[in-house]
Write a protein that binds this ligand. Structure first.
Ligand code: ADP
Ligand code: MG
Length: 247
């Protein structure tokens, strides 16, 4: 059986400056994977390059053994909240209905069935009562839950989320991580860019530790240890110490 995601020799640069380099890894289906590393380590860049949103210098990405464009429908992306235009005039329900467009096909208008499915997805994230609101009127946690509902509506096999827990309330964080764990139990694959190290062990099965290059990759208990973390977070030992990681 093919890996859910396989990345080989990925290099990405901005105006000649390498942002990520020489990245190779593969992930089996049914894993919840954290992408961690210091600010500017290239975490968002890695995600965007995997999703074909920015050009790669070199590198090959396969999803279930096929090229990205052949698997578009099975790939869901929840971008960083700060990169979304929240003034865009759209209701919560329509935001989620749009998530099911990849399965609608071109030129087909959403039907009642799509709206019902979108409502079910909103229900799953506890946002069904907000379906008629404008997305800009919601709190950060509510917005994030709506975007997760949108990804769920897509019926994707592999999910990419960029810093979904930043600037949201604890209850929304709990709802979201609970759903991500359910997704993984049902065989989906989820990659989450995450910079708060304190919950890494509770949340993830595997870690990708990045600092331009791949510093560590594997099961959380193999990567989340002082000697490997310190290679990425050089000079930040006091911070590792605070996390209770033995230095
Ligand atoms: P992270 O998500 O880990 O904080 P990023 O992937 O956002 O890191 O950024 C990696 C590096 O690439 C940083 O040095 C950042 O300044 C640079 N960078 C990111 N986006 C751009 C861009 N659009 N143009 C030029 N440089 C960029
Ligand atoms: Mg980022």
């Amino acid at each position: 059986m093919n890996d859910a995601l396989s990345v080989k020799n990925l290099f990405v640069s901005y105006h000649g400056n390498e942002a990520v380099k020489n990245i190779s890894f593969s992930i089996e289906r049914g894993n919840l994977v954290g992408i961690i590393g210091p600010n500017g380590a290239g975490k968002s860049t890695l995600l965007k390059a995997l999703l074909n949103l920015i050009p790669k210098d070199t590198g090959e990405v396969q999803v279930y053994g096929k090229k990205f464009h052949e698997q578009r429908k099975s790939i869901a992306y929840v971008p960083q909240r700060s990169n979304i235009d929240w003034d865009f005039p759209i209701t919560v329900l329509d935001t989620v209905v749009l998530g099911s467009y990849p399965t609608l096909g071109w030129f087909k208008r959403p039907k009642k069935a799509h709206r019902d499915w979108a409502l079910q997805c909103l229900q799953r994230v506890g946002m069904e009562d907000f379906s008629k609101r404008q997305i800009g009127e919601l709190s950060g946690g509510q917005q994030q839950r709506v975007f997760l509902a949108r990804a769920l509506a897509q019926k994707a096999e592999i999910f990419f989320l960029d810093e979904p827990f930043v600037g949201i309330d604890a209850a929304s964080e709990e709802t979201i991580i609970h759903i991500l764990k359910e997704l993984k139990e049902s065989g989906k694959t989820i990659l989450v860019v995450h910079h708060d190290l304190s919950k890494v062990s509770d949340y993830f099965d595997q870690l990708i530790l990045l600092n331009k290059e791949l510093i560590g990759f594997g099961a959380v208990n193999q990567v989340f240890c002082a000697d490997i973390l310190s290679k990425a977070y050089s000079g930040q030992f006091s911070f590792l110490d605070r996390l209770g990681v033995e230095v």
